[in-house]
Design a protein around this ligand. Structure first.
Ligand code: G6P
Length: 459
């Protein structure tokens, strides 16, 4: 079998492994993928250094070899905080109102892609399969080609691909998208993002597109784009449920929510996750059904993320204001309706927390996939499963049709879904959960990796 070289901005380097859950699904998923293949994982160390070494730091732990580089503060500012997270991230999540267009950050993005290409190219051997991940590295494939890398190159986008009408607001959008065609295989999380990409290629690049096969032909070059919905590392996650850490977290939840239904949300503190809208929905529920307020306790875990970016600072302040306001209005001397937690939690703790919560509230405004929804399902007790409330705008909704699907912008819809979940009879909860769980168990991380790498091998 060929060696797999994975390249992503965020790497679960050994010292940061415990924190993978709080970093979003990508690092944890790639760690699981690499444990199944002999390979190498190249990316950013997460460290800043005034005069960073160009040679990667190579380490092996638990059978996974990582090669990471530090970045200079200006690189982090322009590439990570700038173009990746203040331009591409908001735009690709349909937030044109938050999207910044700055020439220098665009240049920084290209410069850092070149730094990574120069660091990675010498590590790539002729038979390796190279798999690049996410919006930080769209032009990396083209840069690797310039460094003489002739290997099979795959790209996977973990976030949505925006509709053409939004994407064309990005200066030099065509130049950016064309670089994607240097890969041999391009993967998306669900059909909707794939369709938007194919539409762009046809309309803006004038490419010939075969919808059925996902083949895109432009001039001499033909590449394939397809949807590969990512899954969780099911077995590893289930094994977490057997640990004392999971049982302890579950017990703490149960002991502290006696006679009330615990509803859980777990999200990076990001404006794409629909957190203020979720709280508006909850406030509407309390307003509409004051007699039911004592039945429910909502626990929102939201570890801070990308804290140097002003839109993230603002969303944090907004959430603090809203939770304070709702708790002030609906608390009683012996109960508080919202517990708002900024700390991250380990996978094992999350398992226990999910299992104790009888409602999982996952309502992003836009999300490439959303693995919290899948983990919530996997952690349920088959004899008494909880109810998943899921945004129809998460990529995961394509597969998790037996969840209670909601429009996250509508407080009435959220209110209605919470009531439905609270009142759902055991038979219906079980029937829905069994179908959801079968999908989550079978469409797992091993299948995702095998499907993509299998297709890339023959691309
Ligand atoms: C999302 C992105 C990932 C990213 C993660 C955490 O899941 O798709 O690429 O790693 O968020 O964000 P951060 O900026 O901390 O890496």
């Amino acid at each position: 079998m060929s060696r797999l070289v994975v390249i992503s901005n965020r790497v679960a380097v050994p010292k940061a492994r415990g924190a993978a859950g709080a970093q979003g699904g990508l690092a944890g998923a790639l760690l699981a993928a690499l444990k199944r293949h002999t390979g190498l994982w190249v990316g950013w160390s997460g460290e800043e250094h005034d005069d960073p070494a160009l040679e990667p730091d190579v380490q092996t732990a638990d059978g996974v070899t990582t090669a990471t580089i530090d970045l200079a503060p200006t690189d982090v500012e322009e590439y990570y905080n700038g173009y990746a997270n203040s331009t591409l991230w908001p735009l690709f999540h349909y937030r044109i109102d938050l999207t910044e267009y700055r020439r220098e950050t665009g240049k920084g993005y290209e410069r850092v892609n070149e730094i990574f290409a120069a660091a990675a190219a010498p590590l790539i051997e002729p038979d390796d399969i190279v798999w690049v991940h996410d919006y930080h590295f769209i032009p990396l494939g083209e840069r690797l080609r310039r460094h003489g890398v002739a290997n099979k190159l795959g790209f996977f986008l973990h976030i949505p691909w925006p509709p053409t009408r939004l994407l064309v607001s990005l200066p030099y959008h065509e130049r950016l998208v064309r670089t994607l065609l240097e890969y041999d295989l391009i993967g998306f999380q669900c059909d909707e993002w794939l369709e938007s990409f194919l539409h762009y290629c046809r309309k803006e690049l004038g490419a010939e597109v075969d919808e059925a096969s996902g083949k895109i032909t432009l001039g001499e070059r033909t590449v394939t784009a397809r949807a590969y919905p990512i899954g969780i590392d099911y077995e590893h996650f289930m094994a977490q449920g057997e640990t004392g850490e999971a049982r302890n977290a579950q017990q703490r939840m149960i002991a502290s929510t006696r006679r009330r239904t615990a509803m859980i949300g777990v999200d990076r503190l990001d404006y794409s996750k629909g957190l203020p809208e979720r709280l508006d929905g909850l406030a509407r529920f309390f307003e509409r059904y004051p007699e039911r307020a004592r039945e429910l306790v909502f626990i929102q875990i939201a570890p801070p993320s990308r804290e140097d970016i002003s839109s993230y600072q603002q969303i944090r302040e907004e959430l603090e204001r809203k939770t304070g306001h709702i708790n002030g209005a609906y608390s009683q001397i012996d109960m508080v309706p919202i517990r708002y937690v900024n700390q991250g939690h380990s996978m094992a703790e999350l398992f226990g927390i999910y299992r104790a919560a009888k409602i999982g509230l996952v309502t992003p405004l836009r999300d490439g996939m959303n693995l919290v929804a899948k983990e919530y399902v996997a952690a349920q007790d088959p004899e008494d499963p909880g109810v998943l409330i899921l945004s129809r705008f998460a990529g995961a909704a394509q597969q998790l049709q037996d969840a209670v699907l909601v429009n996250p912008h509508s407080p009435d819809d959220i209110t209605h879904a919470i009531r439905t979940a609270l009142d759902m009879p055991l038979d219906e909860r079980k029937a829905r959960w069994e179908k959801l769980n079968a999908g989550v168990r079978d469409e797992n991380i091993a299948q995702w990796t095998n499907d993509f790498v299998g297709d890339l091998t023959i691309a």
